[in-house]
Structure formats: structure tokens, C-alpha cells
Design a protein around this ligand. Sequence first.
Ligand code: AHR
Length: 495
Amino acid sequence: MLKGQIKVSSDSRISEIDPRLYGSFIEHLGRAVYEGIYQPGNPNADENGYRQDVLAAVRKLNVPIVRYPGGNFVSGYNWEDSVGPKETRPKRLDLAWRSLETNEFGLHEFVKWAEMANSEVNMAVNLGTRGVDAARNVVEYCNFPSGTYWSDLRRKNGAEKPFGIKTWCLGNEMDGPWQIGAKTAQEYGRLANEAAKAMKWVDDSIELVACGSSSMENPTFGSWEETVLDETYDNIDYLSLHRYYGNQENDLQNYLAKSLDLDEFISSVVAICDAVKARKHSKKTINLSMDEWNVWYHSNNQDKEIKPWQVAPPLLEDIYNFEDALLVGCLLITLLKHSDRVKIACLAQLVNVIAPIMTNDQGVWLQSIFYPFMQVSQYGRGVALNTVTKSESYKAKDFDEVPYLESIATLDEEHREISIFAVNRSSKETMDLDFVADGFSNLKLLGATQFCGYDIKATNEDAKMDLQELNEISVDGSVQAKLQPLSWNVIRLGY
Ligand code: AHR
């Protein structure tokens, strides 16, 4: 039997958790918008075409912010195409995904959808084919009250009140050769800075995210961040990171250790931000927006067979299995460990496209990864506690020392609750977990669940997966629990 120990103390804290850590992402890609959140005529859609079954599932995830409209799509996007009467909106080639974009669903429709989903919008501007002018105009259209060309056009198009969009991305993955209008760090840094200045001159309450590297493997990783920060430091608020994982080699123990890679990626970018801060003698700290993260690899081959220039082709439809859910749990714990610097994160994506929620004409079904995300988003609010963990470890192909126990505890002072999130990475052994909380008295159990017992390759298309009660637990000053092999566990305590 493995042993795991977790120690927290009421006065040892990582940070307040920004609710935007539990954001997600809807791109005009595949069936995310069309047949995903919007499908006029579907029996589950309302009179405006919004899928109510999807909205109900999204609300369960408690997603406080949703990035839109891309992604690679945004680098060829004319936002003006997506407003005004639907019958006059142009049909365009989407070069990013080799699809057809009808623009039937646009900016107003998304703002309305986000409101129904209880989410804010994280809006991206096109710095691929476009620049400062389009960027400042869309901020004026969305956020300026009235009395100017663009704000009055918004009102004419049916939105009297400004949308009040607070968080904006300055382009997407501009370091990637696959990006429409990709740029060198110097080119992008200059453009992003000029766009940032103009956007904030229109509305100085907005927050801006500059593009960091789209992956740690990109040859420009590191120098890209330095150059972009050199150019933009005073006018931006966050630097982005993107990271996707896969188990292409079918090596479970190595796959489950990939959250250690995320940990290193985040620490490296924090170090670069702080080095630039020091060199600039600045008092301002740049925080991070992990605005794309997830597992993405299952659909790579099938996507090669999809014919180009269709409306809403079934692209990037990864079907997730149980091991993916365990990794997603470990990645969420890693994000919480860095919540002092990662203030925004977007699970990429939300519906149909590498997503926790899938649709068909009859309804929705929930992928395995839905469950850990839902639980952390629901209970991981408040403060992330400095969580000292101990357990045996193992050596994996790419990682020398992987602890069997991955865990963090959060504190919700308003509701006087502690939540413990824990993964047992061992495929063979149960773990005896001991949880000690200094500075909290009268601990009582509010609930404990486990997610385990499935074949690692099992998927949830047949809707057989669900959270189970964790019964082998006792609370008496400290907490003792048995964590099953390959399990995701959530223990909630009152104090
Ligand atoms: O989320 C899918 C794609 O991944 C996004 O469009 C792009 O930004 C990234 O490469």
C-alpha cells in the first residue's frame, strides 16, 4: 500500500484564485458554434437557435469567461462581417481550418450566448491579416456607450447598452508558421504594442493579453517572450501560454506525468516575465493567461480525411478516455499551484471541438474530462493553499521523479470549506492518504467523491461514467482516506 501525506496551514497561502482560471474557449472551428452552441431548428434549441441542452451542460461547468472567436480563425477574421442583418453578412473562406464561414452567428449572438451561460467574453482581435485600426474599432463598437460611428452602429444593430468586454487577446499564436499573417517577435511586439495603446485609449478599463509562445517546442520559445515583453510591457497585462498533451506513445505512467511539463513551462514563462521586469526596473508584474490547454491528439488522423470548404465539418472531435480525465485533473491541480501568476486559463475548447461537451442531433453527452473540470471549477474557489505533499515516486520515460500523489487544497473562507483535489497516479496500488490542516478546528466531512475503476481507454459515449462516493474516509482532527489506483478524488471539509 502506498502512503501519501498532505499538510496545509491556514496562514500559508499561494494566492487568491482568479475565477477566470476556469475559463474555456469557443472558436469558429468545426462544430463548436454551428451544431454546437447554435443550431436553429434543433428540438433542443430556443427560438434564436441557442441549444438549451448545451447551455445547461455549460452552466454545470461554471465557466466564468469564454475566449472567442479564435484561435487560428481570428487571424483571418473581419469582425464587421459578423454584425448587422444576417442576410447581408458575407460568406467567407476560413483559411485557418479550410472551411466556409457563413457569419450567421456573430458578435451579438455570442455576447448574448455568453450572458445566458453566465460567462464573460474574452475577445480576441485579428493581428494576423489586420492591425491597429480594426482592433480599436471593435473595442469602440463593443464598449463605447454611444455617439460615435461604431458605437451607434452597435445600437442600430440592436444593442443599446455597451457589451463591456473587459478581457481582450492581442491576436493568436503569432509565433506559429501555421498562423495567417504569422510574425517575427519584433514585428508582433511592435504591432501588439501599438494596438494595445489604441485599444486602451478607447477604453482604459480593459485588460490585454499579448501572445506568448504557442508551445515550448517552438524554436523561438524564450526569446519570443523576451522580445514581445520588451516591446509591450507597459501596455499589456498578461502574457499567454498554450499547451496541448497526448499519449501518442501509449505510455500511461509517462502520460500522467505530463503535468510536470506544464509546471515547468509555467515556471519558465514566469521567470522570463520577471527577468524583463527587473531589466526594465518596472514596478508592474505581468501575469499569465494559459488561454489554451487540454489533451489534443485523438482526432489528428481523422482530420486529415475531412474535405475542405464545408460549413461546420466535424474537426478536432477528440473522444476522451479515462486516462485523459486523470491527466486533466493533474493539469488543473498544476494551474492551481500557479494561481499566484496564472490568472486566466481557458480549457480548449468547450463544445464538440476538443471539448468536454459533445452534441448530436438528439442531445448532448459528457466526455470523461467533464468531471474533473466541473469539480475543480465548482469547489476550487477562494484561496489556493500552500499544499505540502509527500508520497513515493516513480521514474517515467521523460521525468526522473514523478510523485504518485498529485494534490492541492483550496480554501473557501466565505463558506468555511476546504476542498482537497488528489490524483493517485499508481496503476496498481491503493494509497493511504493522511491530510493534516493546521489552524483549522472541528473539521467535518461535507462530501467525498472518487472517479475511478474504468478501463484507462474507456470513453463516455455510452454515458456510463459518473462520480462515485468515496466511502473509505474518516475525519477526526485529521483526515484519513483510501485513494484507489488511478483515481481522481475530491474531499470537501467544513471547519
Ligand atoms: O484550439 C485549437 C487550435 O489550437 C487553436 O485554433 C490554435 O490557437 C491552436 O493551435
